[in-house]
Design a protein around this ligand. Structure first.
Ligand SMILES: [Fe+2]
Length: 249
């Protein structure tokens, strides 16, 4: 497998590039709009062709680059079927692996952060989206989030994978790149060890997180596979600009 981990700084998102060495096909998991050109240059430098984009969920903190990348390259857009996005080409669900050349990507329905969230497993790597972060997890207070569902998604599904499975999260705000199932099972302060559901629910209820600043634009934009709404205010324009763009005006 050809593999690259790509960072988008505006939303601290990790985007993952997976490529098949035999067919030259590439896929991007959770590509972010401001970085679409950078993502494509990496793919082209590697001599690959973008076949597919794949999102873990409807993001609230950034605009997906899926629609833009499809327009530029003719790639297909894969997205969890449960979200019912009319713009998606490939409906994704657990039990129906995606093929990328010789690679097989297994969707794992992991609701709780959102009600449609999926993680993806490819060989010994898990792309855990916002369900499981390094020493943390995604918030559960928007988008039909549900702490109980997240607890069961992580502990009953993701934590049953082999301990040596590498965990690649959708975000890290401290620059960390990778963990493992064994490590998260042991030391994740929210979900690891013998943490009970009641304790986890209390942790999530006590977080007192701020209202997500971009959610009112990101969610409608991402229901269209990544369109920047026309009314994005100046102070949020960085979410829609391309990295390297000169400032407007
Ligand atoms: Fe998210």
């Amino acid at each position: 497998m050809i593999f690259r981990q790509l960072f988008e700084p505006v939303s601290s998102t990790w985007t993952y590039l997976l490529g098949c060495e035999s067919t030259g096909q590439a896929m991007l998991i959770d590509p972010v709009l401001p970085a679409w050109q950078q993502n494509l240059s990496v793919i082209r430098e590697l001599g690959l062709e973008l076949a597919l984009t794949l999102d873990t969920h409807i993001h609230a903190d950034h605009i997906s680059a899926a629609a833009r990348l499809r327009r530029e390259t003719g790639c297909r857009i894969a997205h969890p079927a449960i979200d019912g996005l009319a713009c998606a080409d490939v409906p994704v669900e657990e039990g129906a692996p995606l093929a990328l050349g010789s690679l097989s990507i297994e969707p794992l329905f992991t609701p709780g952060h959102t009600d449609g969230h999926h993680a993806y497993r490819c060989a010994d790597r898990l792309f855990s989206g916002d369900a499981l972060l390094i020493d943390g997890c995604g918030r559960t207070d928007f988008q039909n989030g549900d702490p109980s569902a997240l607890y069961h998604s992580v502990r009953d599904k993701l934590f049953t994978l082999p301990d040596e499975t590498l965990v690649y999260p959708a975000h890290d705000y401290q620059g960390r790149r990778v963990s493992s199932i064994g490590q998260e099972k042991t030391r994740n302060p929210r979900l690891g060890g013998d943490r009970s559901l009641a304790e986890f629910e209390a942790i999530m209820a006590g977080l007192q997180l701020a209202y997500p600043r971009f959610i009112d634009f990101a969610v409608p934009g991402n229901r269209q596979c990544g369109v920047c709404p026309p009314d994005v205010p100046e102070n949020l324009a960085q979410y829609c600009a391309q990295i390297g763009d000169s400032p407007q005006g």
